[in-house]
Design a protein around this ligand. Structure first.
Ligand code: FAD
Length: 187
């Protein structure tokens, strides 16, 4: 499979960085992997359009072509990010706004969005909220899964939540990394 990892954490010594390394180390060599590290790339997350740079032309924005090509290339996306204020970090939200645009990621129809992309996605996110509260929580990757990826055409979207991350012992955090390792080996 062609796998694109989309990673959003500013600190390369973070727990999220350990998740990234775990996925890299445990991915079978039969897969082809590309990594998009949004902070390292200094991705500009601000979507701009006006009378001269029109919204309808965003699907042809030259600055985003590399990212559109990566999305078309990939059979599987893997997102890795901490949950901040219930959702994805702003840099990742900006990536979605600038790259997952109309006439590229979806078509607008009177019945809603019609997806143009295809493939699978795996969202791995960390946060401090106990698992028991997740069914009642707003967002916590529900927006990325149900309001972004599924409408854009991704059929199978799996979510792995590492909860209470800052309140676990180091040993428990390492156990979580082992779980990620196993899931990665099964891709
Ligand atoms: P880090 O802070 O890097 O690490 C967490 C712990 O893991 C540290 O003790 C570190 O020493 C340890 N660690 C690092 N690497 C390893 C390793 N390899 N093995 C074992 N231990 C290791 N949480 C919510 O629940 N809901 C929210 O809405 C929310 N909003 C937030 C908003 C902001 C702006 C911020 C900054 C935080 C928010 N949080 C929220 C908490 C946030 O989700 C967590 O801080 C984040 O998920 C932790 O991930 P990290 O990679 O930054 O962890």
């Amino acid at each position: 499979m062609k796998i694109l990892m989309i990673y959003a954490h500013p600190n390369d010594k973070s727990y999220n960085a350990s998740i990234l390394e775990t996925v890299k180390e445990n991915l079978s060599p039969k897969h082809e992997l590309r990594i998009l590290d949004l902070y390292k790339e200094q991705f500009d997350p601000v979507l701009r359009f006006d009378a001269t740079h029109r919204r309808r032309d965003l699907a042809n924005d030259v600055a985003m072509k590399h990212y559109r090509d990566l999305l078309v290339w990939a059979d599987q996306l893997i997102f890795i990010f901490p949950t901040w204020w219930s959702g994805m970090p702003a840099i990742l939200k900006g990536f979605i706004e600038r790259v997952f645009v109309a006439d590229f990621a979806y078509d607008n129809t009177p019945r809603g969005l019609k997806g143009r992309l295809a493939g699978k996605a795996w969202i791995i996110t960390t946060h401090n909220t106990p698992r028991i509260f997740l069914p009642f929580a707003q967002d916590y990757s529900k927006v990325l899964k149900f309001q972004i990826l599924k409408p854009c055409g991704f059929k199978a979207v799996k979510v792995t939540q590492i909860t209470r991350v800052e309140y676990m012992t180091d040993h428990e955090r390492k156990e979580q990394l082992q779980k990620i390792a196993k899931l990665t080996q099964n891709l």
